[in-house]
Design a protein around this ligand. Structure first.
Ligand code: GAP
Length: 574
């Protein structure tokens, strides 16, 4: 975390309540009690999501990185694709998903709850609190107070994404009671991302440390590790590999075994298996990218944190094919451009970071030395840590190689701009399997980050909060309000509404509302994140001007009614 970064003080409960209240996001199947890991987008959420997807599509595909030249100095060439969610099951064998797309899963036999082994955070209760000075000496000397040799098995466990989230959960009185904890107070973050606190777990105040439980501990000591649900040892199973792909059965006949297919866990493979089609049927030449957006499905063991980890979600992926010698330059280009893109949409400051992976984090397709970075956002539930929004990976030629081998199809590329020069002075050409740089973003995580960033508590306005969306992605672009439903005001407001709708309707909603007091209507627009409201009042009747209300500053100004459309075009940058 950068030194100056401040943990966000926004409450996830407040954000989720606003999402429900204003129709951004609903629980899927809510009237039937919901279904874990699935979400529905309401009218505002669906438009916000479309605006984000459109911004990506326009800037990446249609404008080729907004016209920024690639590292070779040429315009970036990208073509779109829309591949099937279900493909031949061999695709997933070749990609490594059938054999390797697993999460380690642990069951609690007593409560029948299931969770990801790598999400089990251990609370290691250590030295008595009076020895705090001694602890500080040890810490300054760079020693962990509860090293595995001292404390192999944790005293308590909690299911959470990070030590920080575990600490937050443990401030809940109900959980404390369940786990037999009398009091708990966090007091320091140590340098390794661990969190320390003072705890009374029944034998007086002591220092405790939160940290991930090594996989080996769970393998060897599962029966001694206390359950995160009851606090008692003896009910946890050893971790088992759980494949995250959703299975389905094709057709009405045949047995399930023979007709098993999978819902895609990433959109990327649809691109790789169409590489040859695109090269053969269009005029693209390497370096070029194929981009697609679409749903992906993962049977996450523990879906959590609102839409952050869902079982159905949408991705925005680019597979950029280049010569192996050029992959480093293209990796750096994409990594930096994608970071800039999110910043331009409003994810600014210390809430957004670019983090290069350590070598022990590399995915199965990424080779040592090939770059992998994450663009990460400080969500309220990860603060002061960060959660992944987009990954940028140098996938080398792993996927094309796998598909070439498994499908027995030649996927190498003949590049007539390379190779030795022939007698006529022209290159002889070179045949190679391109390397791939993959910027892979989550659309739902993007929407969630934009919602969290936009959420701005403000006790000075009636709504108590407003959504400070960048006008480009705001779901409602403008509202037209007759001050009252009489005196000829609606008759003036309606044609203005129709004019704005015709001109800007492809970008988002134009709202028209005559009901309730103007204060209540403004408050509703603040919560929806509408950047501009145009109000027709008694002055309009005499001087043909309207009031423009600016969401962020609350400033009001008057402009001529026939200038409203151009004013909005200017503000929306269209
Ligand atoms: N093709 C590469 C790939 O799929 P990934 O890191 O597994 O890489 C890419 O996923 C992005 O998809 C992530 O950065 C995240 O934004 C999003 N994503 C992954 N799993 C998700 C889930 N369960 N729920 C919501 N978004 C998810």
């Amino acid at each position: 975390m950068p030194d100056e970064a401040q943990p966000t003080t926004k409450s996830m409960d407040d954000i989720m309540a606003l999402c429900k209240r204003r129709g951004f996001i609903y629980q899927a199947s809510e009237i039937y009690g919901g279904v874990n890991g699935f979400w529905d987008y309401g009218p505002l959420g669906a438009q916000l999501k479309k605006n984000l997807r459109d911004a990506w599509w326009t800037d990446v595909v249609m404008k080729g990185c907004n016209g920024k030249p690639g590292p070779d100095g040429n315009p970036v060439s990208i073509v779109p694709l829309d591949s099937s969610i279900i493909q031949n099951p061999k695709v997933w064998e070749a990609s490594g998903h059938v054999g390797g797309f697993n999460d380690p899963m642990v069951d609690d036999k007593e409560t029948k709850q299931r969770f990801r082994a790598d999400h089990l955070i251990g609370v290691y209760v250590s030295i008595p609190f009076e020895s705090v000075e001694q602890f500080q000496v040890l810490q300054e000397a760079g020693q962990n107070i509860a090293s595995p040799e001292v404390n192999v098995v944790p005293d308590k466990t909690i299911v959470a994404n990070s030590s920080h989230e575990a600490v937050e959960l443990l401030t809940d009185r109900k959980l404390q009671k369940l786990l037999g904890i009398r009091s708990f107070q966090p007091f320091a973050n140590d340098t390794n991302g661990m969190v320390l606190g003072r705890i009374d777990a029944g034998s007086g105040e002591r220092i405790c440390e939160f940290r991930s439980i090594p996989a080996q501990t769970l393998e060897l000591h599962a029966s001694s590790v206390p359950s995160p649900f009851t606090g008692k040892a003896g009910s946890l199973t050893t971790p088992r590999a759980f494949n995250l792909m959703f299975k389905t059965v094709l057709g009405a006949t045949g047995n399930a075994e023979d007709n098993t297919a999978y819902l895609r866990p990433e959109t990327a493979q649809g691109i790789f298996i169409n590489f040859k089609n695109v090269v053969d049927t269009t005029r693209v030449s390497v370096p070029f990218g194929i981009a697609q957006t679409g749903k992906a499905f993962r049977n996450e063991v523990t879906p959590r944190n609102f839409t952050f980890r869902s079982r159905e979600f949408e991705q925005m992926e680019i597979e950029f094919f280049c010569h192996p010698d050029d992959s480093k330059g293209w990796y750096t280009f994409w990594r930096d451009w994608r970071m800039q893109w999110w910043q331009d949409l409003g994810l600014k400051g210390d809430n957004l970071i670019l983090r290069e992976h350590d070598s022990d984090e590399l995915a199965h397709y990424a080779k040592e030395g090939a770059g992998t970075a994450d663009i990460e956002y400080m969500f309220p539930f990860t603060a002061p840590g960060y959660g992944e929004l987009e990954g940028i990976a140098d996938r080398t030629n792993f996927d094309l190689k796998q598909h070439a081998e498994h499908s027995k199809t030649k996927l190498d590329y003949f590049d007539n701009t390379r190779g030795e020069l022939a007698k006529n002075g022209q290159p002889k050409g070179e045949r190679y399997l391109p390397h791939v740089i993959e910027p892979s973003a989550g659309l739902d995580r993007g929407v969630l980050a934009l919602i969290c960033e936009a959420f701005t508590p403000d006790e000075n306005r009636p709504s108590g909060v407003y959504m400070k969306f960048h006008p480009r992605i705001a779901p409602i672009k403008a509202a037209v309000f007759p001050l009252v439903k009489k005196d000829g005001m609606p008759e003036i407001a309606e044609p203005l509404y129709n004019e704005l709708r015709n001109r800007f309707g492809h970008l988002g909603t134009i709202e028209y509302d005559v009901k309730q007091s103007i204060g209540k209507r403004y408050a509703r627009m603040d919560e929806a994140g509408c950047p501009f409201c145009f109000t027709i009042d008694s002055d309009t009747l005499t001087d043909n001007t309207v009031t423009v209300r600016h969401r962020d500053t609350l400033d009001q100004e008057r402009i001529a009614i026939d200038r409203v459309a151009d004013f909005l075009a200017n503000k929306l940058g269209v």
